[in-house]
Design a protein around this ligand. Structure first.
Ligand SMILES: Cc1cc2nc3c(=O)[nH]c(=O)nc-3n(C[C@H](O)[C@H](O)[C@H](O)COP(=O)(O)OP(=O)(O)OC[C@H]3O[C@@H](n4cnc5c(N)ncnc54)[C@H](O)[C@@H]3O)c2cc1C
Length: 523
């Protein structure tokens, strides 16, 4: 991947993609592969991939926003078909352990094992009197996921078809997605412990059950029902393996390349202006930087943002501890199972308590063991292990430091951050005694780190929040009110690596007027 400053780039391109997250790269690769387009991908960060990028320190490297991906391990799944299609099969996956997630809720532990029948059985064993409710819940997840296929397909169909059939295509999914997760779960069970377990992975979509859309819950929960896998070589392999598909038609991915404005003439996108004032022209501009970034920051005139978009909050920000140990994962006995640690089964109350009082227990702490998941890690970093611990945290706690510079944010910030780091590290060492006292490197990212590197104004971990309202809005689709300006990525479809990638499929389908998922699946 090339750095902007070291480049002389041509002025005109067949398409320009702003942002190189998986949604941007997927759209670019599909435009190159299916329409022979020469695509310029412009990325503000010094490396490509968006939340799929990795970063290095001496002897270690960590992923930023990929811990596990569902469905990719299944060679017949649409998710795997798309990954194979845009990487030419170069991206390899390693299955996670059979128990891919372990929930530790207070004193109770529950293992999520690959295979919906295993989940079914474990739930019934733990909650024998809730058998009918468990059946109902699992059926509801499958039903919502199935209905989602039509809902997301509708985003790509041409306007006249959407006007005719749109309501019919959206309605079955909205039956689920317009309700909160808690509301739907309470239809099946009144047992708070069972609800707590079924939603223990709420951090995967950033909202507890009383706030999240059941549509989002179902998409993510079901995504992992058959287990999960991890990209061999780490998450940076995702961008590395998509890049050749873009480059083979003369396309380029350029990093350290900040777009300041999407240029609009006669209500049509005609190119972009960079932070240094240079301009690149194209009759097709695709934005992967999120709906709000696109409409609030990059499109100056006219302001096409729809009112309903303003009513959807951003997702919560997060803290991430990146830890390294001078021993291999195998010698430490780490096997790759993710841990979800919550103080009690009432995730909404846990979060509310924490938001009121930063000293309250973390409402959820997610612990991931990337080096244990990656068979190629030992070759890169022999006799080393990496661990990541993620906690959600509101941006507001950090807002007062937002005008300070990275690494020079002052003593108040440093001490608040050190306090949080210390707490997370202590909890990590308690949960994983094998690494206690052995951490050789540890650093914490905060919501301001996310803002600095990823350009989300409030450090949003997942773009727009996954509320019911988010799925009810009509604005989140690839076509925008500006001709030739399209959206891709997580705000178009859903958060998550595969959600954002499918955002790229939907965007490229809308642009080319073809059902690309259908052609990818039929080979
Ligand atoms: C801590 C964490 C853990 C996660 N874990 C998982 C997981 O285990 N599994 C999973 O499936 N998902 C996970 N996710 C979610 C997943 O990573 C994201 O949903 C997905 O990668 C988002 O992709 P995207 O293409 O929409 O955008 P992004 O990845 O956000 O990419 C947008 C890109 O646009 C660039 N950009 C912004 N402004 C400009 C500009 N003006 N000019 C040029 N470029 C610009 C940004 O620098 C960025 O690279 C996680 C997320 C987080 C934060």
């Amino acid at each position: 991947m090339l750095s902007y400053k070291q480049q002389t780039l041509e002025d005109r391109w067949d398409a320009i993609v702003v942002g190189s997250g998986i949604g941007g790269l997927a759209a670019a690769a599909l435009l190159a592969k299916h329409a022979g387009k020469r695509v310029l991908v412009l990325e503000r960060h010094y490396t490509a991939g968006g939340y799929t990028h990795s970063f290095r320190r001496p002897n270690y490297s960590w992923d930023v926003g990929v811990h596990y991906v569902g469905e990719a391990q299944n060679p017949d799944s649409p998710v795997r078909a798309v990954f194979d299609h845009i990487t030419g099969g170069a991206l390899e996956w390693h299955p996670m352990p059979k128990v891919y997630d372990r929930a530790i809720i207070g004193e109770q532990t529950f293992d999520f094992s690959a295979g919906v029948e295993n989940l079914h059985e474990a739930l019934k064993r733990t909650f024998p009197s809730e058998s009918a409710g468990i059946d109902g819940y699992l059926a509801a997840v499958q039903s919502a996921r199935k209905a989602g296929e039509l809902y997301f397909a509708e985003k790509a169909v041409p306007g006249p078809i959407a006007r005719l059939a749109g309501r019919w295509m959206r309605a079955p999914f909205l039956k689920w997605a317009s309700r909160t997760t808690l509301d739907v779960l309470q239809q099946f069970t009144r047992d708070p412990e069972l609800i707590g377990i079924l939603t223990a992975q709420w951090g995967d979509y950033g909202l507890p059950p009383a706030q999240s859309s059941f549509g989002m819950h179902a998409i993510i929960a079901g995504h992992y029902f058959q287990g999960a896998s991890y990209p061999i070589g780490g998450s940076a392999r995702i961008a590395e393996t998509i890049a050749p598909m873009i480059q083979r038609n003369g396309g380029k991915i350029v990093v350290s390349a900040e777009v300041r404005e999407i240029l609009i003439e006669d209500r049509a996108a005609v190119g972009v202006r960079m932070a240094d004032g240079c301009e690149f022209r194209s009759n097709l501009v695709v934005s992967d930087v999120g709906a709000r970034n696109t409409f609030d920051r990059l499109v100056q005139d006219p302001q096409p943002i729809r009112e309903d978009l303003r009513h959807i909050p951003g997702s919560m920000a997060h803290l991430s501890l990146y830890a390294g140990v001078k021993e291999s994962a195998a010698s430490l006995g780490l096997n790759g199972t993710n841990l979800w640690i919550c103080p009690s089964a009432d995730h909404d109350a846990n979060l509310a308590r924490f938001l009121n009082d930063p000293a309250a227990p973390f409402p959820m702490l997610f612990i991931s063991f990337p080096s244990a998941k990656d068979p190629a890690f030992d070759k890169k970093h022999p006799s080393r292990a990496t661990i990541e611990a993620v906690a959600l945290a509101p941006y507001e706690w950090f807002a007062r430091f937002e005008d300070t510079k990275w690494k020079k944010r002052g003593e108040d910030y440093d001490s608040f951050k050190a306090g949080m780091q210390c707490r997370i590290q202590r909890e990590l060492e308690q949960a994983v005694p094998a690494i206690a006292g052995k951490i050789d490197h540890a650093e914490l990212s905060t919501p301001l780190t996310t803002r600095h590197f990823m350009n989300y104004a409030h450090g949003e971990a997942y773009g727009l929040a996954a509320t019911p309202q988010r799925f009810l809005t009509r604005s989140l689709k690839p076509r925008t009110s500006v001709r030739n300006l399209y959206l891709t990525g997580q705000d178009v479809a859903t958060l998550g690596v595969t959600g954002a990638m499918m955002g790229g499929v939907v965007a490229a389908s809308a642009i080319l007027g073809r059902n690309l998922l259908k052609s990818i699946r039929s080979g």
